[in-house]
Write a protein of this length. Structure first.
Length: 150
């Protein structure tokens, strides 16, 4: 199967990417020998690919260096989720979208990925909130105990 993005050397989706990553994506990339700090950051509870020199950290200016093992969101692109209409669509910013039919399978895969990403984010943010609450309680307990002389 041909890929018109590779054939035309289109890298539009790799420029200033905001691609979200699942734990599975991160694990797969780490198995290739990349350090977590190199390729992703966390913003508002979301894990996403970093950019370097205006493009995805894995794009070297010519090609994606992890193309055959790229994150699931990259594999599904240009299928994206339209929040307003709550459905999968082809990204209007993709110059090659005509090469990618919007299939029921791709839509279902995107729905599953979104569910995974949202669940992982919820777990992370709840974990952080619980950790902060425990730290606050510790400080309160330390403060209270330091007020009493034994």
């Amino acid at each position: 199967m041909s890929n018109c993005c590779l054939e035309t050397k289109c890298i539009q989706c790799c420029i200033e990417t905001n691609m979200l990553l699942s734990y599975r994506d991160i694990e797969n990339i780490q198995k290739m020998g990349y350090d977590r700090k190199f390729f992703f950051s966390e913003r508002n509870g979301w894990l996403q690919l970093k950019n370097h020199q205006g493009r995805c950290v894995f794009h070297n200016g010519v090609r994606c260096t992890i193309y055959h093992q790229r994150p699931e969101g990259c594999t599904l692109y240009p299928v994206v989720y339209d929040k307003d209409n709550q459905c999968a669509i082809l990204d209007s910013e993709c110059p090659q979208k005509q090469c990618f039919p919007l299939s029921k399978t791709k839509s279902q895969q995107l729905d599953i990925l979104i569910s995974i990403l949202e669940n992982e984010r919820t777990e992370r943010t709840q974990s952080i909130t619980h950790k902060k609450d425990r730290e606050k309680r510790k400080k309160i307990n330390v403060t209270k105990s330091s007020n009493y002389k034994i």
